[in-house]
Ligand binder design. Structure first.
Ligand SMILES: C[S@@+](CC[C@H](N)C(=O)[O-])C[C@H]1O[C@@H](n2cnc3c(N)ncnc32)[C@H](O)[C@@H]1O
Length: 526
């Protein structure tokens, strides 16, 4: 009998490979189906996330240990080998348990001959210490970026894109290698749990009280299935999120930071543990962070007045709402709103200042998530389901502030989605850049003279960030003026934010700011 945690992990890893499943959506469902104990749920999460994140490295080790190119190994066998390699090289699992359970898994999912192969390869891995494997993998690299790609388990094109983005953000040549190392490492480290208290609806002190009240007296954990393993992951919402996430027009680069996919949080270590050690977020004036835990245990989260949201996303929304005082009656547009994380912040801020918000999201399932995200607001925003690229020319009334939180590669949020790095290709960048440009042009058309535009991505790729800013200023030389988003962010964070870049745009980084790598540029329409 294979331990249930390993079986669950293998099922999810296999579904990610063969059905393009999203681990952070599927895993909670499988954990609940298998009725895993909290300890096993934590183990299954570590096995799944760790294997998916580091599979690039494990594949090279498997090639070296087996003498076979990874592409020539059957997919199901490869899944088992990667899972076994993760236990042998990165976890403190007893070698015999890792090997024997892997052989049993191979027996269940592959041919009889595969069990011997799995046994042989994993035993070969055990004969060399983990540090030596690192040395052998490093030696097998053909260039510096190739070495970094292998050891940090990222595709080489992403390593190169990060290097260019760091340079574009003003990192001196002599410091780029160290920063790149730190950035890649941050992608392999689960994010802290990050929450936003919606302005006017919840406050940070109340949340800290709630969290303490919800915490059990001992270090107990909640029953599996008794609370949602991920924020808001009740079956209905999960279904919606799954529908949205599997929509081919979407992919996961679109920044699910407020829906169930907020899950890159450190659920692996202490799945379903009630978060207790809340602290005010270091940067966001409306944020809180906790090392780990299940936010669904907090009443305010269940009520929708407190939401899971990366701190960088909070700052992006606040950059638009707080860059200058709001005049009552202003009309705001969230052009690419799904699943609604930033809409909720915009709408809460608008509610306090007497502005109104319209949220737009063309994918119906994601528009549904936007409606849910704002359901706790006394006056929820109207939700449109239009193509944002055409919206600008087709609206009669203009808007005073527009957020373009553009569909992007999501390269800035890889720590939250363990498999995402293997799904992206350079070709995605070209398609998204063209779409982003059309969305910006549409937003400019929809903006009133004197209105504000925030262009935001959860990617640091230069073509999606500073390239888009330069393009917009080139296309709209007499219309757009870039504002100093760095100054705005310094103001919002009370000077706490550490920024690079000699220009007016903001690039946040996981290794520097402990946020996703959000990019924020602000413009005013003349
Ligand atoms: C980065 S996500 C937005 C995240 C969201 N602002 C939040 O904070 O939760 C980008 C969104 O743009 C949507 N999108 C894709 N194509 C679009 C289009 N042509 N017009 C408007 N939105 C679009 C995607 O479906 C996705 O929901």
């Amino acid at each position: 009998m294979v331990q249930a945690a390993r079986r669950v992990a293998l099922e999810v890893i296999a579904a990610v490979r063969s059905d393009d499943a999203y681990a952070n959506l599927l895993l909670p469902v499988r954990i609940a189906d298998a009725r895993l104990s909290p300890a096993d749920a934590g183990l299954a999460t570590e096995l799944t996330y760790g294997t998916l994140r580091r599979r690039g490295y494990y594949d090279r080790v498997i090639e070296l240990a087996s003498g076979r190119p990874i592409d020539e190994i059957d997919g199901a066998v490869r899944d088992v080998l990667e899972l076994g390699a993760h236990q042998l090289l990165s976890m403190r699992v007893a070698q015999h348990a890792a090997v024997n359970e892997s052989v049993e898994l191979a027996r269940a999912v592959a041919s009889r001959s595969a069990t011997g192969f799995v046994n042989g390869v994993l035993r070969a891995i055990t004969r060399t210490p983990a540090e030596e494997w690192l040395g052998r993998v490093t030696e097998s690299a053909e260039s510096d970026d190739d070495r970094l790609a292998l050891t940090s388990s990222h595709p080489a094109w992403i390593v190169r894109a990060f290097r260019r983005a760091l340079v574009a953000d003003g990192v001196p040549e002599s410091e780029v290698d160290a920063e790149l190392d730190a950035l890649l490492e941050a992608d392999n480290t689960p994010a802290r749990l990050s929450l936003v208290a919606l302005p006017g609806l919840a406050d940070r002190a109340a949340l800290q009280r709630d969290a303490t009240a919800a915490a059990p007296a001992t270090d107990a954990v909640t029953e599996p299935g008794a609370t949602a393993p991920e924020p808001g992951a009740d079956p209905e919402e999960l279904e919606l999120a799954l529908a949205a996430a599997t929509d081919p027009a979407d992919d996961d680069g679109s920044g699910f930071d407020a829906a169930p996919a907020a899950s890159g949080t450190a659920v692996g270590d202490t799945a379903r543990r009630v978060p207790t050690a809340f602290e005010p977020a270091p940067l966001s004036p409306i944020g809180l962070v906790a090392p780990t835990g299940d936010p669904a245990a907090i009443p305010a989260v269940r009520a929708g007045t407190v939401r899971v949201q990366d701190e960088g996303s909070q700052l992006a929304a606040l950059a638009l709402t707080r860059s200058r005082p709001v005049t009552a009656g202003e009309r705001w547009l969230d052009l690419c709103a799904g699943p609604g994380g930033k809409t909720a912040v915009l709408a809460a801020e608008a509610g306090l200042a007497g502005a109104t918000v319209i949220a737009n999201e063309p994918i119906a399932a994601r528009a549904g998530l936007v409606r849910r995200a704002v359901a706790a607001l006394p006056e929820p925003p109207e939700v449109w389901e239009r193509d944002g690229t055409r919206l600008g020319r087709s609206t009669d009334e203009g808007f005073d502030r527009i957020l373009v939180d553009a569909p992007c590669t999501g390269l800035g949020a890889l720590r939250r989605r363990p498999e995402a790095r293997w799904r992206k290709t350079p070709a995605d960048v070209a398609d998204l850049v063209a779409l982003q440009q059309r969305l910006v042009d549409s937003a400019v058309a929809a903006l009133k003279p004197g209105g504000l535009l925030a262009y935001v991505t959860c990617s640091p790729h230069v073509a999606e960030t500073r390239g888009q800013v330069q393009g917009a200023l080139r296309r709209w030389p007499d219309t757009l003026v870039q504002l100093d988003a760095q100054e705005v962010l310094r103001e919002i964070t009370g000077g706490a934010v550490q920024l690079g870049g000699a220009d007016a745009a903001v690039q946040l980084w996981p290794h520097r700011n402990t946020t996703d790598a959000m990019f924020i540029a602000l413009f005013e329409k003349r």
